[in-house]
Ligand binder design. Structure first.
Ligand SMILES: *[C@@H]1O[C@H](CO)[C@@H](O)[C@H](O)[C@H]1NC(C)=O
Ligand SMILES: *[C@@H]1O[C@H](CO)[C@@H](O)[C@H](O)[C@H]1NC(C)=O
Ligand SMILES: *[C@@H]1O[C@H](CO)[C@@H](O)[C@H](O)[C@H]1NC(C)=O
Ligand SMILES: *[C@@H]1O[C@H](CO)[C@@H](O)[C@H](O)[C@H]1NC(C)=O
Length: 956
C-alpha cells in the first residue's frame, strides 16, 4: 500500500518538475517501481531523469522510454505488470538473467509499440499468455531456453509482422495450433521466416494446414518433440525453406514425395523417427549440404541415385536405414563432402573411394555392413586426415593383419583460438590471457548452432571466419570488445562452441558493456557467417563488474525526493519565468531563419515549382514521412552516421524508400540544401541511387532515396549481411560501381566528383546491381567551356584509407581522386579487408606482396579466403587495372570510362556477359554453390534491420 502512495506522489512531483527532467513522468514512475522489485540494477539508476542522465540499459526517444536492455546483468526478481505502462516501449531484452523468474504477466499484451520481446535463457515459467497475440507491432519474439509450459498460444497467429519466432528449449506441450474458423493459428504467419520450436514436449500430428505456399519460412525447426503421424505434403509447398528439422520425434508413414521440390533446402534432418516407405527421392534438392535421415524404418533399397549428384553435399548420415547393394564410387568425388556415415545397413561388395575423392573428406563410417573388400590405391589415403571405419564387415573379419580401417577410432576435432602473433602471459587469479595476450576477465558463454551446413569440426577456416565476423560486428557497433576466443567445438544435438569475449581498454566489462554485447547476441544483431546457420547464445553470469554491488536503496532515495518537493515549489516560479523567456527567444530565432530560407515562401501545394528546380523528385511533408516510418521508429532505422540516421519507410503506393534524416548538428543552410537536392535530382542512372524526394522545414532536413535492399558492399564483404560474394559477383559489383561513377564523371550535367567512394557507399540491390550512393561531399565540376573540366581547390575531405594522396597534398580535386578511391575499393573487393586494418594500409600491403611472375601475382595470402579457393578468371587483369587506378600521379590513372571498358573485358574473359542482369539474390544459389563455402540465409540480412540496436539515446 505504502509503495502505491509513494509512486503517486512521485508522479505528482515529477509533473511539477517536468520542465527540467527530460523523462516523461509516467515512464519514470514505472522505472522507479522496477527499482523496488528488481535486484542488481545498474548503479547509475539514480535521480529522476532516466533519459536525461542516460541510465544504463534505458533507451529513450524524446522524453519517452523506448527500450530496456538489461541482458546478463544477473537481474533478480519477476517481470512486473507495471512494465506495460511504458506505452512507447519498443524493445525489451532481459535475456540471460537466470534469477529472473515467475511468468509473463497477461498485461504484457498492452505493450502496443513493442517490436522486440527477448527473454532468452532466464528462469521463466508458467504458460505464455495468450495476450501476446495483441502485440501487433511485434517483429521479434524470442522466449527460448526457459521453462515455459502449457500450449503454444494460438493467438500468436495474429502477429502479422512477426519475423522471428523462437520458443525452443522450453516445456511447451499440446498440439501445434492452426487456424480454423475465426481462431487464428501459426499458419497465419505468412511473413515469419523462423519457426524455432525444438526441444519441447509438443505432441499430436503436424496439421497439414500448418504449411502453405503463401508462407515465407526459411527455418522450420521442430526437432526433439513428441510429434506423431506423418509429415504433411504441404511442407513441400514452402519453397523458401532452407533449414528443416523434424528429427527426434515419433513421425511415421512415408516422406511426401514433393519434398523433392524444396530446391532451396541446405539442411534436412529427419533422423530418429519411424518413417517408412522408400528412401525419398532428393534429386531436386540441389543445394542440400547436410542430410541426416538415420534411424528410420525405410523399406530396403539400394543407394539412391542422388548419392552421387548432390554437388553441395558436405554430410550424409544414413545410419540404420536398410540400405543394401554397393556404395557408388562417385559419392566420394562430390567436392564438398566431409562426412559419410552409413553404419548398420546391408551395403555389400567392394568399397572404392576412387582417386578423385573430395579433399575435405574426413570420415567414412560403414561399420556393421557387408563390405567384403576395400580397394587400396597406390599411395593409399592419408589416415591422419581421413578416417575410414569398416569394423564389423566381412573385410575386417577375414583380414589377418590389422588394417587401420578395421579399428574403431574416434575423430578428435579440437580447436581453440590461438594467440594472435603474441606470446600469452601468465595471468593472476582467474584472469585469462586473451588472443591479443592481455590478462582480462572475459564474458563467457556458449554458442549453439542449430543446423550448421558442415560437419568437419576441425576446420580452422570456419572458426577464423566466425571470430573475425564477431569482432568486426562488435567493433562496428562501438562496443568495448578487444577480441573473442572460441574453443571446444562439440556436437550434441547442436554444434556447440565455447565463447570468451574479451574487453578492450580495461580488463573487465562494466554492466552496460555486458548488456550491450549480450543484446547483440540475443537479438541476432550479430550474424555469424551464413554457413553456420541459425544460432542462439547462452551467456554465463558475469560478476567482475567494476562497480560496487548495488543495493538500490529505494526507501532513502524516495525520502530525499519527497523532502525536496517543498523546496521545489519555490523553484517552480523561477522556472516559469525562465520558460517564458526561452519561448520568446525561440520565436525570435525562428523569424530570423525564415528570412534566409529559400523555401520560406514556396508553397508546394500551389504547384509553383519555381523555387527548387527538381527533376522527378518531390517534396514530402513531415507528416507523410512520419506516417510511413511509424513515427521514425527505431524498428525502421537502417543506419546511422555522423550526419544523422537513415530510416526505411513504405509509401502508400507500397514503394520502399530510405530516408536520410539530418541531425541538428549536421544540418546545412537552406541554400546549400537546395543546391544539393537540385544536383541530386538531375542524376539518373541504374548504378546511382536515385533521389525520390526531400523534406525541408520545421527543423528537419531529409533526403528520400530509393530503398536498396541488400545493404552496403562493406556489410557484404564483412559477412555481416549474409550474402556470399563469389568472384563472378565481385566482378559484377565492380562493373556496376565503375559504371555509376563513370556516369557521374562523364555524363551527369554538370559532371560530379563524388569525393567519398568507399565500400560503405556502394549499395547492392536485390540483383546485386551496385549503386553509388551518398553525395554528402560531392562537388559539381566547374565546366568553364562545355565539357572542359578543370580541377577545383577545396578543403580536403574524404575517408582515410580511400583518400587520394595527391589530392591530400595539393588540395586540388579532380575526378582522378575518385579513381584512386575506386582502386582502393577494388583491392577491398579482392581481399575483403578494410583499407586500413590493424595499422596496415592495404595499398602498401598489396604492392609489397605482389609479384607478377607468380601465380595469382603471389597474393594468395592476401586474397579473401572466400574466393581464393575458386577459379579466379581474369584476376591478373583485375589487379593490373586496380594498380593503375592507384598510380601516384592522377594523370597516370585511367579515367572511369577506361576502367569500365577494362572490366567489361575481364568479364568476357571470365565467360560472363557484362550486360546481363543477375538473378535475384534469393534465386541465384546455383551460381554460388560452386565454391566451398556455400551461401545459405541470404534473404535474412535485410528483413532483419527491424531489430533494434542496444540502448540508443537520442539527444534532445
Ligand atoms: C494464400 O493467400 C491467398 C490470397 O492472399 C488466399 O486467398 C489463400 O486462401 C491463401 N492460401 C492458403 C493456403 O492459405
Ligand atoms: C514444385 O514447384 C514448382 C514451382 O514452384 C511448382 O510449379 C510445382 O507444381 C511443384 N510441384 C509439386 C509436386 O508440388
Ligand atoms: C527423382 O526426382 C527427379 C526430379 O527432381 C526426377 O527427374 C527423377 O526421375 C526422380 N527419380 C526417381 C527414381 O523417381
Ligand atoms: C549385394 O546385394 C545386392 C542386393 O541385396 C545383391 O543383389 C547382390 O548380389 C549383392 N552382391 C554381392 C557381391 O553379394
Amino acid at each position: 500500500m505504502g509503495s502505491r502512495v509513494l509512486v503517486f506522489l512521485l508522479i505528482l512531483y515529477v509533473h511539477v518538475f517536468d520542465t527540467i527532467s527530460q523523462t516523461d513522468p509516467n515512464d519514470f514512475a514505472v522505472l522507479k517501481s522496477l527499482m523496488d522489485i528488481w535486484e542488481n540494477l545498474p548503479p547509475n539508476w539514480k535521480g529522476f531523469d532516466p533519459c536525461g542522465s542516460n541510465w544504463d540499459g534505458i533507451g529513450c526517444t524524446k522524453s519517452r522510454v523506448t527500450s530496456i536492455t538489461l541482458a546478463n546483468v544477473d537481474l533478480k526478481g519477476q517481470l512486473s505488470s507495471d512494465i506495460p505502462s511504458l506505452t512507447e516501449l519498443g524493445m525489451l531484452d532481459l535475456s540471460y538473467n537466470k534469477r529472473l523468474t515467475g511468468s509473463i504477466p497477461r498485461s504484457f499484451g498492452d505493450l502496443k509499440k513493442l517490436t522486440n520481446l527477448i527473454l532468452v535463457g532466464c528462469g521463466l515459467t508458467g504458460p505464455i499468455p495468450d495476450t501476446i497475440g495483441s502485440l501487433q507491432r511485434l517483429i521479434y519474439l524470442s522466449l527460448n531456453s526457459n521453462s515455459f509450459s502449457g500450449p503454444i498460444p494460438a493467438s500468436i497467429g495474429n502477429l502479422s509482422n512477426l519475423y522471428w519466432l523462437d520458443l525452443a528449449d522450453n516445456k511447451l506441450d499440446g498440439t501445434i495450433p492452426v487456424s480454423h474458423g475465426t481462431t487464428p493459428g501459426l499458419d497465419n504467419l505468412v511473413n515469419t521466416k523462423h519457426f524455432h520450436f525444438g526441444q519441447n514436449e509438443l505432441s499430436g500430428t503436424i496439421p497439414p494446414n500448418l504449411f502453405s505456399s503463401n508462407m515465407t519460412l526459411i527455418h522450420v525447426l521442430f526437432e526433439s518433440n513428441q510429434l506423431t503421424g506423418s509429415l504433411p505434403s504441404t511442407l513441400g509447398l514452402v519453397q523458401t525453406l532452407e533449414a528443416v528439422r523434424f528429427d527426434r520425434n515419433q513421425l511415421s508413414g512415408p516422406v511426401p514425395s514433393n519434398i523433392n521440390n524444396l530446391t532451396n533446402v541446405n539442411e534436412l534432418f529427419l533422423s530418429n523417427n519411424r518413417l517408412t516407405g522408400l528412401v525419398p527421392n532428393l534429386t531436386g534438392m540441389i543445394l542440400l549440404q547436410y542430410l541426416d535421415m538415420s534411424n528410420n524404418s525405410f523399406d530396403a533399397s539400394d543407394a539412391p541415385s542422388w548419392f552421387s549428384t548432390l554437388q553441395s553435399l558436405t554430410t550424409l548420415m544414413m545410419d540404420s536405414t536398410q540400405l543394401r547393394g554397393h556404395v557408388p564410387v562417385d559419392l566420394f568425388s562430390l567436392s564438398n563432402l566431409q562426412t559419410v556415415v552409413l553404419r548398420n545397413n546391408r551395403l555389400n561388395g567392394t568399397l572404392d573411394i576412387g582417386t578423385s575423392y573430395s579433399n575435405q573428406l574426413q570420415l567414412i563410417n560403414l561399420q556393421n555392413n557387408l563390405i567384403d573388400a576395400f580397394t587400396e590405391r597406390v599411395g593409399g589415403y592419408n589416415a591422419d586426415s581421413m578416417t575410414i571405419i569398416l569394423v564389423s564387415n566381412p573385410v575386417c573379419e577375414e583380414s589377418g593383419e590389422a588394417k587401420s580401417y578395421c579399428m574403431l577410432s574416434k575423430l578428435n576435432s579440437s580447436y581453440s583460438t590461438p594467440p594472435n602473433n603474441c606470446i600469452p602471459i601468465q595471468c593472476s587469479s582467474d584472469q585469462i590471457s586473451s588472443p591479443t595476450c592481455q590478462c582480462a576477465y572475459p564474458y563467457t558463454g556458449t554458442l549453439f548452432f542449430r543446423a550448421p551446413s558442415f560437419s568437419d569440426l576441425g576446420n580452422t577456416t570456419n572458426y577464423v571466419a566466425l571470430q573475425n565476423s564477431m569482432v568486426d560486428s562488435f567493433q562496428s557497433h562501438q562496443l568495448p570488445v578487444d577480441s573473442v576466443s572460441l574453443s571446444n567445438p562439440r556436437k550434441n544435438n547442436y554444434l556447440e562452441l565455447s565463447l570468451d569475449i574479451f574487453p578492450s581498454g580495461q580488463n573487465y566489462f562494466n554492466r552496460s558493456g555486458i548488456s550491450q554485447v549480450a543484446n547483440m547476441l540475443s537479438n541476432q544483431t550479430l550474424k555469424p557467417p551464413s554457413w553456420f546457420g541459425p544460432y542462439f547464445f547462452i551467456g554465463e553470469q558475469y560478476n567482475k563488474f567494476s562497480e560496487a554491488a548495488t543495493g538500490s536503496n529505494n526507501s532513502s532515495s524516495i525520502g530525499i525526493i519527497i523532502g525536496a518537493t517543498v523546496g521545489g515549489c519555490v523553484l517552480l516560479l523561477l522556472l516559469l519565468l525562465a520558460g517564458v523567456y526561452a519561448f520568446r527567444q525561440k520565436k525570435r530565432a525562428q523569424r530570423a531563419t525564415e528570412k534566409n530560407n529559400p523555401f520560406a515562401h514556396w508553397d508546394p501545394d500551389k504547384g509553383s515549382g519555381s523555387i527548387p528546380q527538381l527533376k522527378g523528385a518531390r517534396n514530402f511533408s513531415f507528416e507523410e514521412l512520419k506516417k510511413c516510418t511509424q513515427n521514425f521508429s527505431e524498428a525502421n532505422e537502417i543506419g546511422s552516421g555522423g550526419y544523422g540516421k537513415v530510416y526505411r519507410g513504405t509509401l502508400p503506393s507500397g514503394q520502399l524508400i530510405a530516408i536520410k534524416r539530418a541531425q541538428q548538428e549536421s544540418m546545412q543552410g537552406a541554400l546549400e540544401f537546395k543546391t544539393e537536392i537540385e544536383l541530386l535530382s538531375r542524376v539518373h542512372h541504374k548504378n546511382v541511387v536515385s533521389l525520390v524526394g526531400f523534406c525541408y522545414g520545421r527543423g528537419e532536413e531529409m533526403l528520400i532515396y530509393e530503398y536498396v535492399p541488400n545493404g552496403s558492399l562493406k556489410d557484404c564483404l564483412s559477412g555481416k549481411s549474409g550474402i556470399r560474394l563469389d568472384w563472378t559477383r565481385r566482378l559484377k559489383v565492380t562493373l556496376g560501381a565503375a559504371r555509376g561513377l563513370a556516369y557521374l564523371h562523364e555524363l551527369a550535367d554538370p559532371p560530379i566528383i563524388h569525393r567519398d567512394i568507399k565500400s560503405n557507399n556502394i549499395l547492392l540491390d536485390e540483383r546485386l546491381n551496385a549503386k553509388v550512393s551518398d553525395f554528402g561531399l560531392s562537388k559539381p565540376m566547374g565546366d568553364n567551356e562545355k565539357g572542359q573540366v578543370t580541377h577545383i581547390t577545396t578543403q580536403v575531405k574524404g575517408t582515410m584509407g580511400y583518400l587520394d594522396p595527391e589530392y591530400y597534398m595539393t588540395q586540388q580535386l579532380t575526378e582522378k581522386s575518385d579513381v584512386y578511391s575506386f582502386g582502393v575499393l577494388m583491392l577491398e573487393l579482392i581481399t575483403a579487408r578494410r583499407p586500413i586494418e590493424r595499422g596496415k594500409y592495404i595499398v602498401r600491403e598489396v604492392r609489397m606482396a605482389m609479384d607478377k611472375t607468380k601465380d595469382l601475382y603471389n597474393l594468395h595470402e592476401i586474397v579473401d579466403p572466400v574466393i581464393v579457393l575458386g577459379v579466379l578468371k581474369g584476376f591478373e587483369k583485375f589487379m593490373d587495372i586496380a594498380m593503375r587506378c592507384l598510380e601516384e600521379s592522377g594523370v597516370d590513372r585511367p579515367t572511369m570510362g577506361e576502367v569500365v571498358k577494362e572490366i567489361e573485358n575481364i568479364m568476357q574473359i571470365a565467360g560472363l556477359n557484362p550486360n546481363v542482369e543477375s538473378a535475384t539474390t534469393s534465386a541465384s544459389y546455383e551460381e554460388v554453390s560452386k565454391g566451398s563455402f556455400l551461401h545459405p540465409y541470404n534473404s535474412e540480412a535485410f528483413e532483419y534491420s527491424g531489430a533494434i540496436e542496444p540502448s540508443k539515446i537520442e539527444p534532445q
